[in-house]
Design a binder for this molecule. Structure first.
Ligand code: GFB
Length: 312
């Protein structure tokens, strides 16, 4: 049978990286725009699946956002994510699609999980309150895949990435994650000769950052080879404090003013580095260094976001 891989969420940072990689391998990816198919509409999803007959699905469609977006819009985060993932996973089963890769997030793990966090830490303690609605939706996604595997023998698997960054990220300061937010803040401070940049929280939390092209290689590998009940971690293997991240971005961007911490903003979870030894034992490892990844993402930002803003 000819391969037809549906990458759901192909316009996002993760989905676009996975689509690029599949296409570079000469593989047949099918996509559908949000304006054509609203994944929150069950009937439409099931109709589209019957009509387009993918042979496999990579589920990279999600309502995502940074720490403030997650805690400000909890209803959107839990409703959108639960609805779209349930429609796609259940619809895939009904349409006879036997293979699906579900993408989650390291925020599924308990706030005070033992570090580095093993896959087996799932559901062993309370979640981080700033993103528990998103986390509950993603945990439900893992278990939905497991349910269809257990009851129907479907080869549905789940991959958990750490914090990601790269081309096609969201650079909106209200809703973005920390990496694109700081890149934009430092860049704008440089071009306006501002004296300081405000960074949220204390600067003490640790985060594990992986370039999205490295994640894409892990996801494509799992699509082709991973077929286990348990979800699998996919992380960079090191973490940095938010202060170190801010200093690195300031250096790459060329901002030499002050970095000020706004402690009225939340820190979120203190640390969430994952134990990715299982996927490493299977042969995957990151290839893009932290400094190179930040530098190339900043070049992408200049060429795509800053250039667009200046033209507007
Ligand atoms: O990336 P981020 O929003 O999400 O924030 P999480 C990471 C850390 O960076 C927090 C700090 O301690 C923030 O307070 N930070 C500093 C900033 N300055 C900024 C800024 O200008 N913008 C942002 N956004 N943060 C998310 C979850 O948690 O991680 C999601 O909310 C998801 O559910 C995602 O799991 C990967 O790492 O705290």
């Amino acid at each position: 049978m000819d391969e037809r891989i549906w990458v759901a969420g192909h316009r996002g940072m993760v989905g676009s990286a996975i689509t690029r990689l599949f296409c570079s391998q000469g593989r047949n990816v099918i996509t559908v725009d949000r304006s054509i198919l609203d994944l929150r509409k069950q009937d439409e999803v099931e109709f589209w699946l019957r009509a387009n007959k993918p042979t496999s699905i990579v589920f990279a469609a999600a309502k995502v956002g940074g720490i403030i977006a997650n805690s400000t819009y909890p209803a959107d985060f839990i409703y959108d994510n639960l609805t779209i993932q349930t429609n796609v996973i259940h619809g895939a089963h009904k349409a006879g699609v036997d293979r699906l890769v579900f993408l989650g997030s390291s925020c599924i793990y308990p706030k005070f999980a033992e570090q580095p966090i093993k896959e087996s830490s799932l559901l062993t303690g309370p979640l981080e309150p700033t993103n528990e609605w998103y986390a509950i939706a993603k945990i439900s996604g893992i278990m939905t895949c497991q349910a269809y595997r257990k009851q129907y023998g479907r080869r549905y698997v789940s991959v958990m990435p750490c914090n990601l960054y790269g081309p096609n990220d969201n650079f909106n300061l209200e809703t973005s994650h920390v990496m694109p937010a700081l890149m934009r803040k430092f860049h704008e401070a440089k071009v306006t000769s501002a004296k300081e940049v405000v960074v949220w929280g204390t600067g003490a939390p640790l985060r594990e950052f992986l370039h999205v092209d490295d994640l894409a290689r892990g996801v494509v590998w799992c699509h082709d080879n991973y077929d286990e009940y348990e979800h699998i971690n996919c992380g960079a293997g090191f973490d940095v404090t938010i202060r170190e991240l801010a200093e690195t971005i300031a250096r790459v961007v060329g901002f030499s003013g002050d970095i000020v911490f706004d402690v009225s903003k939340p820190d979120g979870t203190p640390r969430k580095i994952m134990d990715s030894s299982r996927i490493r034992a299977l042969g995957w490892k990151p290839e893009i260094s932290f400094d190179d990844g930040i530098a190339s993402t900043y070049r992408w930002y200049l060429a795509n976001i800053d250039a667009k803003n200046r033209a507007a």
